[in-house]
Design a protein around this ligand. Structure first.
Ligand SMILES: Nc1ncnc2c1ncn2[C@@H]1O[C@H](COP(=O)(O)OP(=O)(O)O)[C@@H](O)[C@H]1O
Ligand SMILES: [Mg+2]
Length: 224
């Protein structure tokens, strides 16, 4: 059973009087446990695809299903709950809260979701998993880029999401640290049974995972 499905999804944006096509007729089906890489040039539609997947934006045409629920039929409240409980995000620029410690950053999704998970020990488990428990009391500015991204991965996984979305997660890292981040996400996908969707313009990154796609001019093509 597919965990994520797009059926003939179209999305355009209005830029003044002109309309920009971001996705045109995307069909896809991902299963639980897939590690999906989607490669494509800037402007190809990668971020749009992730935003639609997370219910941050709605398609103009077509249908999107997450665990058999139709995204367009969920209320704003349900979409918020979906993002807080079932989806984890990793971004190019890490998006850590600068005024919170590493530990507090990782704890934040649990607080927002009013999770009953034992917060202290669970946060520690995740920070140990990414090898940064010894930096728990540090602030983001005191960490390297690679370390910040490892914190972001811990934060994205702390509420045990079903799906992890990563938008150019290595875009701000050197290739060695970028590689480490991809390997960490690959390991985490297996260990936490999370479906990972990673979009990137970096062809090197796109060799990871079990499903590979290319997106260009809003069209998705299977490349394996
Ligand atoms: N909010 C928006 N308003 C107007 N145009 C947008 C918006 N978001 C994306 N686009 C346009 O949609 C196309 C796809 O963008 P995007 O999904 O961000 O591509 P990528 O992430 O692959 O660089 C681009 O032409 C972009 O300019
Ligand atoms: Mg993008």
């Amino acid at each position: 059973m597919a965990i994520i499905q797009f059926i003939d999804v179209h999305k355009s944006y209005q830029n003044g009087t002109t309309s920009v096509i971001a996705l045109q007729g995307v069909n896809l089906s991902f299963d639980a446990g897939d590690f999906v890489t989607i490669m494509g040039p800037s402007g190809g539609g990668k971020t749009t695809l992730l935003n639609l997947l997370a219910g941050l934006d709605l398609p103009d045409q077509g249908q999107i299903f997450l665990q058999e629920r139709k995204i367009s039929e969920l209320s704003d409240h349900d979409l918020t709950l979906l993002r807080r409980k079932e989806i984890g995000f990793v971004f190019q620029f890490f998006n850590l809260m600068p005024t919170l410690t590493i530990q507090e950053n990782v704890e934040l999704p649990l607080l927002l979701a009013h999770s009953s998970k034992k917060q202290g020990s669970h946060v520690q488990t995740l920070l140990e998993y990414v090898g940064l428990w010894d930096r728990a009391k540090s602030f983001p500015a005191e960490l390297s880029g690679g370390e910040m991204q490892r914190v972001a991965i811990a934060r994205a996984l702390v509420h045990q999401p079903v799906i992890l979305l990563a938008d150019e997660p290595t875009g701000n890292l050197d290739s060695e640290n970028g590689l480490k981040i991809i390997q960490l996400m690959e390991r985490a996908a297996t260990d936490f049974k999370t479906t990972v969707i990673l979009v990137t313009h970096n062809p090197q990154v796109a060799t990871y995972g079990n499903r590979h796609f290319e997106i260009r001019d809003g069209k998705l093509a299977d490349i394996k």
